[in-house]
Design a binder for this molecule. Sequence first.
Ligand code: ADP
Ligand code: MG
Length: 317
Amino acid sequence: MGEFELIRHYFAAAPCAQGGDGVVRSIGDDCALLALPAGEQLAVSTDTLVAGVHFPEASDAFLLGQRALAVSASDLAAMGATPQAFTLALTLPSASETWLAEFARGLQSMAQSCSLALVGGDTTRGPLSLTLTVFGRVPVGKALLRSGAQVGDLLCVGGELGDAAGALPLVLGQRETTPEISAALLARYWSPQPQLALGQALRGRASAALDISDGLLADCGHIARASQVALQIELARIPLSAALRAFAGEEQARLCALGGGDDYRLAFTLQPDLLAQLQADWPEVRVIGRVLAGSGVQLLDAAGQPIEPPRGGYQHF
Ligand code: ADP
Ligand code: MG
């Protein structure tokens, strides 16, 4: 199968590549053309996943397709953007038809659940690597930034943390557990659901936001720096799933949440008087701390005593 036939068969023919809201031109020309309604801005984000670095070489292609798009779409959620389109730059060691079919199926399933249209890409030969660029739209001036946190705001997260990091020994085949726990944790690793609706609901409400990809501590550090404030996290308030507690134990579960990464849940700051209304619609939203004057991220134990944060966040260099 040649390059163009491959693109046509697996990608251009996919349901998610048949256009969508704002897609004027899709796959097949030199550029895709996207239309933006008056008064809206384009939100753009790129992520690369490299085999052996971000996922095991022998990963299931369906799950990989799902996860690659979820990881990128999560950045749109973090900005409060409405998903519009994405491109896929695919580097493959060989054109395995079963791999491509499964990958395209996984991509399609996440594209559908995120309302994202595939509008272009690039296909090259080399070590397995995926680069996805997502495009979303957001009313002018309404994007959620990392820089707006105010002293006195609450620090909130969009749900339970640490499951994906806790799932790593299962992903790597290093440990086994019950089918129920394994299924719950692996689902959070392989098919995180980007919090797109929550992100859009936070427009005009949250003072700062991001998606947690490098671990709660590291990502809260980004908000603290950008907003020139300190964030205080109460360890006992970090929401942890029953599956993670059972699999890793309470203490390890907390470490997974603090430093593990790959959660793709939103973390955001909010004026206290906006909390009740938000939680009425989003009961999974939890307060885990607050914004103080100062800098950096502080951790409090269950007794309210400051403790030394563990070294957090994965960095490539
Ligand atoms: P060009 O040579 O102009 O860069 P290509 O030959 O690389 O174009 O690609 C042809 C068309 O197929 C373009 O519209 C491109 O966006 C699209 N395309 C290539 N690879 C992919 C892919 N993996 N997924 C989706 N679209 C792709
Ligand atoms: Mg090209």
